[in-house]
Design a protein around this ligand. Structure first.
Ligand SMILES: C[S@@+](CC[C@H](N)C(=O)[O-])C[C@H]1O[C@@H](n2cnc3c(N)ncnc32)[C@H](O)[C@@H]1O
Length: 345
């Protein structure tokens, strides 16, 4: 069904840029991977995230949130806001372990996920509120949480054709199948490459992604965010690691029933499509829109830094040590996942 919609669009208007294809595949109303009624994350879905793996992640974040709460001293106004909250497990784990009483806002685009989140948070309905997008929020003070959301934003894909010629991947329909075609880069894509990865211009055939949606999301967030801290968790790299000469085919991956493939043109609407986050670009755009970047860590270093003797004791006591290891060990999420902390004070 989604495939037919894409084909129809191409037949009527010509090839579409890759980000437009990805937007349809993931977010087309009622049919996209993240907007369809039966979206599931975790064991019954296609991939695990930290919050769907175990409650340890939420338990540790609640320690950080309490620390921010006391630092900010805005006790009356303090709210937690989470974007893309999945099944609502992180919200539940945080609310279950917090020793302070706060409001928790959930920004969710999928109505059926809102229902699942309400079921999972049924003990906390007096503290929780749902919003369809960030721009529907009233200006707020507190903590904003974003776990594996930026990697799910539609990306542009570019390819260096001959030396220094920047082309963009468009999706076409030929010989009865979706195919790729290269067209000259749009200005914003070109400007991004020149700013964040000029060294790859010399590498013929180099292909990677550009995530400009991240810029608009952080700008909208900044308009609503009065004071506090933003916690961003995602897999990604700084620009030098992201656009290194060895990573010639980019980071675009698809997740389908807990297997990984590199073909976004199969299972359209039934598989996740993701790209790593360029944390250098994220930091730049966040600072340009009024945030200060106060930290950038591997998930491992960050979560371990939240553990004092008492917290470690609780992890042992609650029998959470195996899960804790998956969150922090390099062969788990410890090194692939990074944390960026932004602040406005
Ligand atoms: C990979 S899932 C992560 C879900 C959850 N945070 C977790 O860690 O399990 C990405 C989520 O981001 C959501 N998302 C993407 N863009 C969004 C936006 N502009 N507003 C709200 N949610 C968004 C998607 O709908 C999806 O639920």
């Amino acid at each position: 069904m989604l495939k037919e919609i894409i084909i129809e669009k191409i037949k009527n208007h010509g090839p579409i840029p890759f980000d437009e294809f990805m937007e349809i595949a993931l977010y087309y109303p009622d049919l996209g991977y993240y907007t369809k009624p039966d979206t599931k994350i975790g064991r019954q879905g296609d991939f695990f995230t930290a919050s769907h793996l175990c409650s340890t992640f939420g338990f540790l974040l609640s320690k950080q949130i309490e620390n921010f709460y006391h630092k900010l001293k805005c006790f009356e106004d303090f709210t937690i806001t989470e974007i893309g909250p999945g099944m609502g497990y992180l919200a539940k784990d945080i609310l279950e372990t917090l020793s302070i009483s706060v409001k928790y806002n959930l920004v969710e685009i999928n109505p059926s996920l809102i229902e699942i989140q309400k079921q999972n948070l049924n003990h906390y309905l007096d503290k929780t509120n749902w919003y369809k997008s960030i721009d529907k929020l009233s200006p707020f003070v507190g903590v904003f949480i974003c776990n594996e959301v930026f990697d799910a934003l539609p990306v542009r894909v570019f390819e260096i054709n001959t030396s220094t010629e920047m082309m963009e991947v468009y999706v076409d329909f030929k010989n009865d199948e979706l195919t790729e075609t290269l067209l000259p880069c749009r200005d914003e894509t070109r400007e991004y490459i020149e700013e964040f990865a000029p060294w790859i211009l010399k590498i013929k055939g180099y292909r990677s992604e550009v995530n400009l949606k991240m810029k608009s999301l952080i700008e909208t967030l900044s308009e609503k965010f009065e004071k506090g801290y933003v916690l961003i968790f995602d897999y990604g790299y700084l620009a030098e690691e992201y656009y290194c000469s060895e990573r010639k085919r980019g980071t675009l991956l698809c997740y389908y029933k807990h297997t990984i493939n590199e073909n976004p043109y199969t299972n359209i609407g039934s598989q996740d499509i993701t790209a790593h986050v360029n944390f250098t670009a994220l930091k730049k755009w966040a600072e340009d829109s009024g945030f200060e970047c106060v930290g950038y860590f591997s998930q491992s270093n960050y979560l371990i830094s939240l553990c004092d003797e008492k917290v470690l004791g609780e992890i042992y006591q609650k029998n959470l040590i195996q899960h804790f290891k998956r969150l922090v060990l390099p062969q788990g999420m410890g090194e692939s996942h990074r944390v960026m902390i932004l602040s406005k004070t």
